[in-house]
Write a protein that binds this ligand. Structure first.
Ligand code: C2E
Ligand code: CA
Ligand code: CA
Ligand code: CA
Length: 279
């Protein structure tokens, strides 16, 4: 609605009200997730295209609410962003991820990285860089074992500031990935000036990869472009053998998707690693 006041009845929409009401309830519940221990991380393996070597994981947040059951991050992350709760939640995600990385190292897996999703609000918070340093130093892990995934939306919000933060993080030694590449702003001119190491091609491109000739060319060009800029290319949401074969053919560096594994709880992620080690 444009203006509150006498004319606001004209915008009355029951479904909108329903949506708002649910959002309020969820946000209220979200306030207690940390103290009540309702969050967990699942880890989705990222493999070389041959499917034999694991190079890392992406940490994905899960919320099991006693009131609402399993709530998708697609639903609650935006609410956490709006309410400011993304700051403590994002902090928890980073600490938990570093603990997992530490555990991997203790088991002899010290070349693996774990990627963490960072929302624009988090990245732009004034003390984000020093906080990351503290978390990584406290956990006693190597900065390069952590990949921070940012989406293009942060660049639209505040290009100069984001680039500055990303540069500082990069100087500290963490790796940076541009997530959901191709879905947003995607200007080729800024890509060159960003301190990113990894491009993640969005699932929507992978989906159409096999059915449509133009889409296929697009994916091939994205990989070519990324390589010309010295970037590592990760394809996400790879589900089928034909999709995988095309990506292998195009020289994609890394594959993440159900074809190899869904996101796994910590214990299952470790079991997945052990199983690969034996082969
Ligand atoms: P994303 O960063 O693009 O993560 C990839 C999503 O694709 C994940 O959904 C993953 O489970 C799903 N996926 C991976 N492979 C396949 C596949 O082969 N097929 C299909 N159908 N899906 C696949 P998920 O876990 O539901 O997360 C959704 C989004 O929520 C993420 O998208 C990310 O934007 C956000 N998110 C998740 N965890 C966090 C977090 O800790 N912090 C922030 N800020 N955002 C998060
Ligand atoms: Ca991601
Ligand atoms: Ca993504
Ligand atoms: Ca995505």
């Amino acid at each position: 609605a444009k203006k509150a006041g006498r004319s606001s009845w004209r915008f009355y929409d029951p479904s909108l009200q329903q949506e708002t009401y649910e959002a309020i309830l969820l946000t209220n519940s979200l306030r207690r997730v940390l103290e009540r221990g309702e969050l967990s991380l699942h880890y989705q393996p990222q493999l070389l295209p041959d499917g034999r070597t694991i190079v890392g994981f992406e940490a994905l947040l899960r919320w099991h609410s006693p009131e609402y059951g399993q709530v998708s991050p697609l639903r609650f992350i935006p609410l956490a962003e709006k309410s400011g709760l993304i700051t403590p939640i994002g902090q928890w995600v980073l600490e938990e991820t570093c603990r997992f990385v530490k555990r991997l190292s203790a088991l002899g897996w010290d070349d693996l990285h774990v990627a963490v999703n960072i929302s624009p609000k988090q990245l732009l918070a004034c003390n984000f860089v020093s906080r990351i340093r503290t978390i990584i130093e406290t956990a006693q892990i190597k900065p390069k074992q952590i990949v921070l995934e940012v989406t293009e939306s942060v660049l639209i919000e505040s290009l100069e500031q984001s680039v500055e933060k990303m540069q500082q993080l990069h100087d500290f030694g963490v790796a940076l990935a541009l997530d959901d590449f191709g879905t947003g702003y995607s200007s080729l001119t800024y890509l060159k000036s960003l301190p990113v190491d990894i491009l993640k091609i969005d699932k929507s491109f992978i989906d159409k990869n096999c059915t449509d000739h133009d889409q296929r060319q697009l994916v091939a060009s994205m990989i070519e472009l990324g390589h010309a800029l010295n970037l590592t290319i990760v394809a996400e949401g790879v589900e089928t053998e034909p999709q995988l074969e095309l990506l292998q053919q195009y020289g994609c560096d890394c594959i993440q998707g159900y074809i190899f594994s869904k996101p796994l709880p910590e214990q299952a992620a470790l079991a997945f690693l052990e199983q690969k080690r034996k082969k």
